[in-house]
Design a binder for this molecule. Sequence first.
Ligand code: SF4
Length: 177
Amino acid sequence: MTKATAKAPWVVHVNCNSCNGCDIEFLACLTPMYDAERFGVLHIGTPKHADIMVVTGSVNNRNARVLRNLYEQMPSPKVVVAMGVCPATGGIFADGYNVIGGAEKVVPVDVFVPGCPPRPEAMLDGILEGAKILAGKRQNSVTVKPVRRIKIVRPAAPAADPAAAAAAPAPVKEEAK
Ligand code: SF4
């Protein structure tokens, strides 16, 4: 179960403040041309069922809270893949008056895919790398229950009492007929 779902991750896409270049390339990944589903990657519309968050665009004062909110709605363990230069450093928007910078300022990023925009092949590679990290996180989060120790209580042996043994009636011997 764990391995199967890590190999077939569900991905939610969050566009923070991109020029839409990365988003178009990401959409290309979902078309039959690049066919992300052949790797088991399923694009879904809710963070509540997602294993991997794909972030495009830079983080600014308005979308930082939204990004954090969406990330917190994802079940753990989870992975964040930053697509392109913008979610890595802020990219060409870095000098904007309201731009905070890369996505890592708000959420922990596991994989950075370089490019402006990255090619769909690179994006797929980044998502599959994220799936491997997800599998590792799942293995590490499996809690091993401690072995339950059973305490064996033995009844105490009766104390040797010579007086009681002498007072005990002698065993009856049957006479031979
Ligand atoms: S990395 Fe380049 S293509 Fe992607 S959102 Fe930023 S500016 Fe646009």
